[in-house]
Write a protein that binds this ligand. Structure first.
Ligand SMILES: [Zn+2]
Length: 80
């Protein structure tokens, strides 16, 4: 009886850790999927590129496809 409740508690704790880990991964992926487009040169960059936060990089795209569809070209430095 006691043994049973201990293992249920252990599984519940493990599930909680798993859910927290998964939501952290999803949040990280969502953040990484934002591309910045240079409204002047029509080139878009992925996070981490040295041009990602340039003064003209004010356009944002949730996906690479949306940036391309909007007429933007991938950067040759960061190759998004
Ligand atoms: Zn770039």
């Amino acid at each position: 009886m006691l043994q049973g409740s201990v293992s249920v508690r252990r599984v519940a704790a493990w599930l909680l850790v798993l859910i927290l880990a998964m939501s952290a991964v999803v949040a990280a992926e969502n953040g990484a999927r934002v591309y910045h487009g240079n409204t002047k040169s029509k080139i878009f960059h992925r996070p981490g590129c040295r041009y990602y936060n340039c003064s003209k990089c004010t356009a944002t795209f949730p996906t690479r496809q949306k940036a391309v569809a909007a007429g933007y070209k991938p950067c040759k430095v960061c190759k998004p």
